[in-house]
Design a protein around this ligand. Structure first.
Ligand code: SIN
Length: 282
């Protein structure tokens, strides 16, 4: 029997009693979608999904979405291998700063899945933060700034910074495969969730360049205060990976952070992304 067990008072739930490698019928899929919209991140142990099953489970949440800049697996453009080897010391890891996925796109992903193939003996956790709770508890002066305002997101500097020219500086290979992704994109700084109707902060420490109507210099101290609030520990949950885990998160109402504290250990996860019919709306 399906059970959904919250891991903190604000975000994340373990889901038990499901075998995702078997057929996920519509009743189960709907229960899982509702659990995801409610808890924002779902953790499943002992699923050991192969790539075909990972993709099949992904499509129960939305159509598979391919992504610019990051090199997908050579035999499958829908899947990214998030890999760090024991020999990869002092390198940046994919996702190693607070971010939501690909917010510089006109229509950013609705959510993502990671399945753990190989995990370090110590470290390599992932942390998520609830941006609905962050918005709802914003001090009034910050709320007055973000309400009704757009923010400008841009992926280009990161594509340039990590593009493969000589030495690889990240655990994921960056490619310049979509010039459209270089454009500046305006999104509401506060977005309404299409499923729950709740409002979340939608700002991205990696991709948000500035707030609309403000220069980068004017935006920077305001964004710093917003990010400090948005990543407070009480809005967060932290996952200690085991091989066979599957994690699904809602990219519209969370930020996440891959903790890079496991030099000397191998870590390999496979990642898919799904889209929705709803570009961000305020
Ligand atoms: C990501 O940002 O998708 C990577 C997360 C992780 O490797 O823990």
């Amino acid at each position: 029997m399906l059970s959904v067990l919250p891991v903190t008072g604000n975000i994340g739930a373990f889901v038990e009693g499901v075998d995702l490698a078997s057929e996920v019928d519509e009743t189960l899929a709907e229960a899982l979608r509702q659990a995801l919209w409610t808890h924002q991140v779902l953790f499943f142990r002992d699923q050991f999904l192969d790539i075909a099953n990972l993709k099949r489970v992904t499509t129960r949440f939305g159509p598979l979405q391919r992504l610019p800049y990051v090199e997908a697996m050579p035999d499958d453009p829908d899947v990214i291998g998030v890999a760090k080897k024991a020999t990869d010391r002092k390198v940046a890891v994919f996702g190693g700063n607070w971010h939501s996925d690909f917010s510089f796109l006109g229509h950013p992903p609705a959510g993502s899945l990671l399945t753990a193939i190989e995990v370090p003996e110590v470290g390599g956790d992932t942390v998520w933060s609830n941006q609905t709770a962050a918005y709802e508890t914003l001090p009034d002066d910050l709320k007055n700034i973000v309400d009704g305002r757009a923010a400008i997101h841009v992926g280009k500097p990161h594509g340039v910074k990590f593009a493969p020219k000589g030495r690889q500086r990240s655990t994921i290979k960056m490619v310049r495969n979509d010039p459209e992704a270089d454009r500046e994109t305006f999104h509401p700084a506060v977005r309404k969730h299409p499923e729950t109707g709740r409002k979340s902060l939608f700002l991205n420490p990696v991709y948000t360049a500035r707030l609309d109507g403000m220069s980068e210099a004017e935006s920077a101290p305001v964004l710093d205060r917003l990010y400090w609030h948005a990543t407070r520990p009480e809005f967060c949950c932290r996952h200690r990976w085991q091989a066979g885990d599957l994690v699904i998160w809602d990219n519209r109402s969370t930020l996440h952070f891959a903790v890079n504290d496991y030099d000397g250990h191998d870590r390999l996860l496979y990642r898919t992304t799904f889209s929705d019919d709803h570009p961000p709306r305020g």
